[in-house]
Design a protein around this ligand. Structure first.
Ligand code: SF4
Length: 248
């Protein structure tokens, strides 16, 4: 446990150097502004963020707005399914799975109208805790644990929305996060629930604080790549046991 704690401390130390204060997931300032100014665009970005790169996903609400001329959830929810599919299938397609994501967005619009007065800000207004906020996101079709906790972490840590009990926070499980957990020995089993539980045990006051630095270390452009990891340059190289051959 002492060894693991050293790794955790080093990861947290690295995380504090990242100081992410702005939400800028794309290189286009207009796109980033829309995501911050329009809560519905933010929610759509969360939904799109699957099976394509994160940067491509977060650009999609902006492109959808250009194609429709608006992001009016009432108008979108009243569109015929085929009509919306045509917009999503226009070249270049809005997603690898355009019909599926057209249905997710239409469904999200209906849910925003039914539960949140048509405004996604009402999902996080009123300072819900981490767990509540994550559960609210998970009720949208197309949003599972990873995307719900990612959205919650961005809102609370970067956009400063809502104030929750940090002990309820979570890491966003994906292949990059999993790889770092296994190679650093923070988890011994390649299993989502085991890894989520490990994060809770290793940093019980704020498990989600581990999320961004671990993702940053494990992503394709980071150090702990699937192949040819750059251990010599990795910010946690001094404490990592580098269990690379046993577990990818
Ligand atoms: S890149 Fe190497 S040192 Fe860094 S986390 Fe991965 S295995 Fe450990």
């Amino acid at each position: 446990m002492e060894e693991k704690q050293k790794v955790v401390n080093k990861i947290l130390e690295y995380g504090r150097t990242l100081k992410v204060t702005k939400f800028e997931p794309t290189l286009n300032p207009e796109v980033n502004k829309l995501l911050v100014d329009d809560p519905n665009a933010f929610l759509f970005g969360v939904i799109f963020d699957q099976s394509i790169t994160a940067e491509q996903a977060w650009e999609k609400p902006f492109i959808l707005k250009q194609r429709l001329g608006h992001l009016d959830v009432k108008k979108i929810s009243e569109m015929k399914d085929d009509e919306l599919k045509v917009i999503f299938n226009e070249a270049p397609k809005l997603h690898r799975f355009p019909n599926k994501y057209a249905a997710y967005i239409k469904d999200a619009c209906k849910m925003l109208i039914d539960r949140y007065e048509g405004n996604a800000a009402n999902i996080w207004n009123g300072n819900p805790g981490y767990a509540d906020l994550q559960r609210r996101f998970e009720l949208f079709k197309g949003i599972g644990q990873k995307k719900a906790s990612m959205a919650t972490n961005i809102l609370i840590r970067v956009l400063r929305k809502g104030v929750g009990d940090k002990s309820e926070s979570n890491i966003s499980f994906d292949i990059h996060v999993k790889r770092v957990f296994l190679r650093t020995g923070l988890a011994k089993t390649d299993d989502k629930n085991t890894i989520l539980q490990s994060a809770r045990e290793l940093n019980p006051e704020d498990p989600g604080e581990l999320d961004f630095p671990i993702w940053d270390i494990g992503m394709e452009k980071g150090w702990c790549r699937p192949t040819d990891p750059k251990c010599d340059e990795c910010p946690i190289k001094d404490v990592c046991p580098k269990i690379i051959n046993e577990r990818k």
